[in-house]
Design a protein around this ligand. Structure first.
Ligand code: PGA
Length: 263
């Protein structure tokens, strides 16, 4: 039986002062005996503050991205060994925003190439994280155009295949995959729970083929995209959804604690 997992992705939000206030409220709001695993992924600069505040709690801390090289002249980047040293247990990879696939375009088109993660770099990042015993949270999902063209399953199958190239099932045992339809991220439009569950089931079937059945059954498959207190329960009771990757709603401790309670 897989334990439910709820991950808060703070994206580019929260100064250290704001993070301290948010975490102090959150630990009071979430029952310390909860059966749900909870992780917070703050921006790099806030990881240390959040890790210190959550020390001795059951919450885990994660990063939102990583660079795959071990060390060296890579200005502006952070390695998996640095994340391990900072106490990260998880790291998001392949998020649609780092892949340059935005649900609601708020950046000028000329800046999109800056967000240029590919299946190949996702694969390199996963390998670097596994080497440091950090659980990657691999995000996959289709854009609205791809959904309308009935390419959802093909897009996700290709993203999974690329991400796991050269990776054995045993290496990703107990790992995490998040189904995040790009059109549902930050838009307030949630994927219908039955459809979200169907896609999560499809992901598990793919994982059985790409990795192996044991690993596939151990992997927690989360849904992400406008998860909030009012829709979390319906999503989390679906048979193939093992929890949520929560963006906007994770910035409000009351709302996020309700989402955790729903799981
Ligand atoms: P959202 O973001 O909950 O704000 O839609 C989810 C995510 O991007 O992980």
């Amino acid at each position: 039986m897989r334990k439910k997992l709820v991950v808060g992705n703070w994206k580019m939000n929260m100064t250290r002062t704001q993070a301290t206030a948010a975490i102090e409220s959150l630990v009071l709001l979430v029952d310390p005996k909860t059966e749900v695993d909870v992780a917070i992924c703050p921006p790099y600069l806030t990881i240390e503050t959040v890790t210190r505040l959550l020390h001795q709690s059951h919450f885990r801390v994660g990063a939102q991205d990583v660079f795959w090289m071990g060390a060296g002249a890579f200005t502006g980047n952070v390695s998996a060994s640095m994340l391990a040293d900072a106490g990260c247990a998880f790291c998001i990879v392949g998020h649609s925003e780092t892949r340059g696939r935005f649900g609601k375009l708020e950046v000028t088109a000329s800046t999109i190439p800056y967000f240029s993660e590919t299946d190949e770099t996702v694969n390199l990042k996963i390998k670097a994280l596994l080497y440091q015993s950090i659980h990657p949270i691999l995000c996959v999902g289709e854009t609205l155009d791809e959904r309308n063209a009935e390419q959802t399953d093909a897009v996700i199958a290709a993203q999974l295949k690329g991400a796991f190239e050269g990776i054995e099932g045993a290496e990703f045992y107990n790992g995490v995959v998040a189904y995040e339809p790009v059109w549902a991220i930050g838009t307030g439009k949630t994927c219908d729970s039955a459809e979200a569950s169907r896609v999560c089931g499809f992901i598990r079937a793919q994982l059985r083929e790409i990795l192996d059945a044991d690993a596939a059954d151990s992997i927690r498959i989360l849904y992400g995209g406008s998860v909030k207190a009012s829709n979390a329960k319906e999503l989390f009771t679906m048979p193939d959804i093992d929890g949520g990757l929560v963006g906007g709603a994770s910035l409000d401790p009351e709302e996020f604690s309700e989402v955790v309670r729903s799981a």
